[in-house]
Design a protein around this ligand. Structure first.
Ligand code: R5P
Length: 303
């Protein structure tokens, strides 16, 4: 394995610590500062000559992290890094994957183009691939989409007695089906209509066959929380056992977390792709394997 350095930008400290240990990487510190006018100052502490640098970035606030990320990636290249690999456990801007209304920017494409111009590779977990089927449709660097399905399935099997999986919309189908198949569980997937950021309508689940089962809501992203809230609302009216929510990426915008907790969910579980009190699923092993395989596959090819 070539020399690996790792830099964290807003990443979960537990994840960073785990990756540094598992990959025997050298963690490099970065000084970040905002000038009085808001412009970003970035300074690398340490050296990265000939190293593969893994930039682990938490993208809960992608607009705030994008410019420091770009400045840092360019700096690392200038300082002699052999490769700069972006590890974004949660990859932002994937949901605007089509022009839903005339005149809308397809921001996923622009975001991907900007990042691709500054990095040599991308590794992420469960990106929101819905209308795109692969990251290569928009990212111009070798990109790896890892899966947290097995982690989610293992957690559900270990903690929930008689679960039935509930996907709130067609987009959740891929995760629901994958978990159901790994853990051999029943599932249903609902239909969602989104009218606005916090205005969604979800179809009524038909769970008559599983009245004594615990509903486990599965989604890739919790943002405003309204997709899950609407689904929980229906479940409450069906008088099933208390529901559990499992999602890969917990953005929890605004008061989403409090609203969901206030609904009386039994457990609210996310991965540590974004730092949050709901983090239970540790992505360290998934990312460690992913980084090793990216390096094995692409470093020799390019050197
Ligand atoms: C989109 O369909 C995603 O899979 C999620 O369902 C969505 O991002 C959740 O957003 P919110 O929490 O704002 O309803």
């Amino acid at each position: 394995m070539p020399r690996l350095c790792l830099i964290s930008l807003e990443a979960h400290p537990q994840l960073v610590k785990g990756l540094v240990q598992e990959l025997a990487a050298q963690e490099l510190a970065v000084e970040l500062h905002n000038f009085p006018d808001g412009e970003h100052y970035v300074r690398l502490e340490g050296e990265c000559k000939d190293a593969i640098v893994i930039l682990v970035v938490g993208m809960r606030n992608p607009d705030q992290v994008l410019l420091p990320l770009i400045f840092l990636a360019d700096l690392l290249h200038e300082m002699g890094a052999s490769k700069v690999v972006l590890v974004a456990p949660y990859l932002a801007y994937m949901r605007q994957d089509i022009r839903f209304k005339p005149g809308e920017a397809v921001s996923s494409r622009s975001f991907a183009a900007v990042l691709s111009a500054h990095i040599d590779g991308l590794i992420t977990v469960d990106p929101h691939l819905h209308r795109y089927h692969a990251l290569s449709e928009i990212y111009q660097v070798p990109a790896l989409a890892l899966s947290s399905t097995e982690l989610m399935a293992d957690w559900i099997k270990a903690h929930i007695n008689m679960p039935v999986l509930v996907g709130p919309d067609a987009e959740s189908m891929q995760w629901v089906q994958a978990i159901a198949s790994v853990a051999d569980l029943p599932y249903t997937v609902l239909h969602k209509i989104r009218r606005g950021d916090r205005d969604v309508e979800v179809s009524m689940p038909e769970l008559d066959r599983w009245r004594d089962h615990t509903p486990v809501l599965i989604d890739d992203i919790i943002s405003s929380g309204h997709t899950l809230l609407e689904t929980l609302h229906h479940l409450r009216s069906l008088a099933l056992p208390q529901a559990v929510c499992v999602a890969v990426h917990g953005i929890f915008a605004g008061e989403a977390y409090d609203l969901l907790r206030g609904f009386g969910v039994r457990d609210l579980v996310t991965s540590n792709s974004l730092q949050h009190p709901s983090n239970v699923l540790d992505l360290t092993p998934v990312l460690t394997r992913g980084i090793r395989s990216w390096v094995k596959e692409y470093v020799n090819e390019f050197s």
